[in-house]
Write a protein that binds this ligand. Sequence first.
Ligand SMILES: [Zn+2]
Length: 109
Amino acid sequence: MQRYKCHIKKNDKVKVVTGKDSGKIGKVLKVDRKKDRILIENINTVKRHTRPNAQNRQGGIIESEAPVHSSNVMLLCNKCIKPVRIKMMRLDDGKKVRVCRKCNEQIDA
Ligand SMILES: [Zn+2]
């Protein structure tokens, strides 16, 4: 049995548990399964210096999100409203769903 496995998907709500954004909650924008990295709305923002271009005539500093490693975030249960451990459950029709270990609520709608 694996101790940790990434079950996070796009549009999940996650809580950051380490780093400068520790404690913040955000929506998952993108998951890179190969690199095990997750892009989260308004989390781990970095300032980038840009040269003037067609979209941004003045150039300057823009803020954008940088991906964080999946081990730095925890999935939020909508019912518990806090980070929870999840388990996988197989439904009668063979579909796998993620279930909160605390309240047994399905994370996947
Ligand atoms: Zn729960």
